[in-house]
Design a protein around this ligand. Sequence first.
Ligand code: ADP
Ligand code: MG
Length: 238
Amino acid sequence: MLRVEGLSKRFGGVVAASGVDLQVQPGEILAVIGPNGAGKSTLLNLLSGLLRPDQGRIEFLGEEITQAPPEVRTWKGLGRAFQIVQPFPEMTVWENLLVGALYGKPNTSLKVAEGVVEEIIERTGLAPKAQTLAGELTLLEDKRLELARALCTRPRLLLLDEVMAGLRPSEALEAVELVRRIRESGVTVLFIEHLMPVVRALADRVVVMDYGQVIAQGRYDEVAANPRVREAYLGRAS
Ligand SMILES: Nc1ncnc2c1ncn2[C@@H]1O[C@H](COP(=O)(O)OP(=O)(O)O)[C@@H](O)[C@H]1O
Ligand SMILES: [Mg+2]
């Protein structure tokens, strides 16, 4: 579904992505993990088109999208939720979702968009907050809105950046269930996550990044036992 080859991006002296190769299979849930500053968010920015790579190539559903603008990627079915939530604070939850539904696919009528919002607002548990201003939501609700708005764009592949950060364990469990249901509805998921129990519970496959490079990939138990991965997480106490 997604094929990334030799993706590189530097910011001045910082190499945020360096020769990243990655593939996502249709229907899978893929986790991207790694220490702070490893380049995970940069990878999502390159995939969603907010950044252009210095080198490398991105193919989505068999088409090259390396230079495509973000909205074109969204139309093709690449959805994205941000680590730092990006609501329109002066608009209601309903209106925020309507923006996702209206602009997520070209030429969407208001009627179709409203139908999409109705379905997603139920599925994500946000219906009771429909008329609340996004600026008045709790962080938990903001995170849910971020995810729901991405779903409203009707993605084939959904990119999630730490959507569970800051959640209590019971809330994280709910979010795990929500992501499972999203996959069951036919959406492939690539997610970045710090909470290892969540990664273990959700991911079919895990990709580990460190200093902009992919240092390991495989099943959770495989990468968790990998000495290079353990060093990346534990070996830099000084
Ligand atoms: N827009 C930017 N300008 C300059 N440096 C950046 C920018 N975005 C990320 N970086 C740097 O690139 C590295 C990787 O950052 P990031 O992708 O946010 O890591 P992660 O999400 O894994 O914590 C860090 O050193 C970060 O400071
Ligand atoms: Mg990040």
